[in-house]
Design a protein around this ligand. Structure first.
Ligand code: ADP
Ligand code: ADP
Length: 229
């Protein structure tokens, strides 16, 4: 499951200043759609609407054919996993940081998710900045390692839809390549909407949407867009 449909969506944060105008597209189940376009085009707004930080003023957003205004907040949030580029870790061990978001997860489930994200050696470590009464100081994780914690957290919840916002990436280029491979593998098993920044995700997306001034001005596969322009 997890098919996403935007049907003639129009949205304004402020009256009389439409940000999205008549936006329509479908992300078929199990495929990846990347959204590209200049800053301010409205890409991140698509993600915020899908997660219902705001509601559309016209049109509809559907998941598996159901209007997202008709599902509970809880089931919407369990259907969508946000894979953030920058992760804030809580003052507790990495295992707890992974299990946050799925209360009641078993030890075995947490370990499996940590292994899949390749962060399991750190599962009992405390993040940097953590201080216990005995003065323990915690471990400094790299940007890539922090992101693997975030990936493990998402894997544990195993939502049908993944939302990647690459716009705010803070990764060094070394972590970047390894993470890109993991993200791609993750996306292959889910329905994925990527606010794209990196060429690699664009190349691997089944569909690319080009946005400008709140509208989709072009759409197609990577090859299709390359040969057209
Ligand atoms: P992108 O992700 O393509 O850079 P955004 O979706 O973040 O674009 O923003 C699209 C437009 O909406 C921009 O003009 C931005 O200034 C405006 N915008 C974003 N968030 C808000 C907000 N909370 N209130 C008013 N305008 C906003
Ligand atoms: P931009 O794409 O312009 O950098 P962000 O994606 O950082 O903007 O987020 C802009 C707004 O979207 C935030 O002020 C917040 O209201 C909302 N938002 C984005 N991600 C989250 C999140 N994970 N939790 C809560 N609010 C969020």
């Amino acid at each position: 499951g997890g098919e996403i449909t935007f049907a003639n969506v129009t949205f304004a944060y402020e009256p009389n200043r439409p940000i999205l105008r008549d936006v329509s597209f479908t992300v078929p189940t199990g495929t990846t759609t990347a959204v590209v376009g200049p800053s301010g085009a409205g890409k991140s707004t698509l993600a915020r609407l899908l997660f219902r930080f705001y509601d559309v003023q016209q049109g509809q957003i559907l998941i598996d054919g159901q209007d997202i205004r008709q599902v509970t907040q809880h089931s919407l949030r369990s259907a969508i996993g946000i894979v953030p580029q920058d992760t804030v870790l809580f003052n507790d061990d990495i295992g707890y940081n992974i299990s946050y978001g799925k209360p009641g997860a078993t030890e075995a489930e947490i370990t499996a998710a940590a292994q899949a994200a390749n962060i399991h050696p750190f599962i009992q470590s405390l993040p940097e900045g953590y201080r216990t009464q005995v003065g323990e100081r915690g471990l400094k994780l790299s940007g890539g390692e922090k992101q693997r914690v975030a990936i493990a957290r998402t894997l544990l919840k195993n939502p049908p839809i993944l939302l990647f916002d690459e716009a705010t990436s803070a990764l060094d280029s070394h972590s970047e390549q390894a993470i890109q491979q993991e993200l791609r593998r993750l996306a292959e098993q889910h329905t994925a909407l990527v606010i794209a920044h990196r060429l690699s995700t664009i190349v691997h997306a089944e569909q690319i949407l080009v946005m400008r001034d709140g509208q989709i001005v072009e759409r197609g596969t990577h090859t299709h867009l390359l040969t057209k322009n």
